[in-house]
Design a protein around this ligand. Structure first.
Ligand code: SF4
Ligand code: SF4
Ligand code: FES
Length: 280
């Protein structure tokens, strides 16, 4: 029988350093945090910190307290503390979410585990390298494109057409959805510099649909052509992890289904030969 296991040097040591609570600490909660420095020979490990949470309500507050008062070497990203910038996305108690909007009360009474977003290269501790994720976002050309001459003032849009972008434009590119998608884990890797042969993942595809659905954008057919191969769009198998974890309550799976619908309902003259052949 084939045995699938991690290489010895990537196995996580679950019993890393332990930092006990200070005397007199109140409302103590234990944070179990992933630690890894690729420049060091040691395997990843999980350190546990007993934190006085009398003034801590969100997971991010706890991490900041650890960094400020217990272990300044802990690395993680954060900026806005308001669920707007998308930089504090981690895997918390097994689910991807934003540390700044996840309250300790929501996590129950047990330990709080904080790991980096899954299946991304780790730069250090909770900091992942999202270069491929951003490259995929750039690939869908997330900006208005039109063939008509630019208007003197602005591109106009009716309130009804504007309303079609609700649930799409609010994405903060936190990567919670893509990094929780099993299909993205298996097919999302960069295969070559042109983005060929890889699944773009729910975040990039949600944004692709945001521009496909925009009444002012005139490159609809070119945009669909760029998504038309067996990987970029069609590796979504409607597993729905993306919609379940999105901290902004968006539904990338629905947007992906809308793109698939646009693919099959566009006029045959606009459909590349490969799609026609598959449909016959
Ligand atoms: S619905 Fe599609 S994009 Fe969302 S998690 Fe599933 S496979 Fe991934
Ligand atoms: S769709 Fe949601 S989970 Fe995905 S990147 Fe945007 S905000 Fe984050
Ligand atoms: S710090 Fe900006 S979203 Fe959490």
């Amino acid at each position: 029988m084939v045995q699938l296991t991690l290489p010895a040097n990537s196995k996580v040591n679950k019993n890393g350093k332990h930092y006990p609570a200070k005397e007199g600490a109140e409302k103590v909660r234990t944070f179990r945090v992933y630690r890894y420095d690729p420049d060091q020979p040691d395997n990843p490990r999980v350190d546990s910190y007993e934190v006085d949470c009398s003034n801590v309500s969100m997971v991010l507050d706890g991490l900041i307290k650890i960094k400020n008062e217990i272990d300044p070497g802990l690395a993680f990203r954060r900026s806005c503390r308001e669920g707007v910038c998308g930089s504090c996305a981690f895997n918390i108690n097994g689910a991807n979410t934003l540390a700044c909007t996840k309250s300790l009360d929501d996590l129950g009474a047990g330990d709080i585990t904080v790991y980096p977003l899954p299946h991304q290269p780790v730069v250090k501790d909770l900091v992942t390298d999202l270069s491929n994720f951003y490259k995929q976002h750039a690939y869908i050309e997330p900006f208005l494109q039109a063939r008509d001459a630019e208007p003197e003032t602005e591109w106009r849009q009716s309130p009804e057409d504007r309303a079609k972008l609700d649930g799409l434009y609010e994405c903060i590119l936190c990567a919670c959805c893509s990094t929780s998608c099993p299909s993205y884990w298996w097919n999302g890797d960069e295969k070559d510099t042109n983005g060929e042969g890889e699944y773009l993942g729910p975040a990039a595809l949600l944004q692709a649909y945001r521009w496909l659905a925009d009444s002012r954008d005139q490159l609809t057919n070119d945009r669909l052509n760029k998504l038309e191969d067996e990987f970029k769009l069609y590796r979504c198998h409607t597993i729905m992890n993306c919609a379940q974890v999105c901290p902004k309550h968006l539904n990338p799976a629905k947007a992906i289904a809308e793109i698939k619908k646009m693919m099959v309902t566009r006029p045959p003259a606009n459909t590349p030969k490969s799609v026609k052949a598959a449909a016959e």
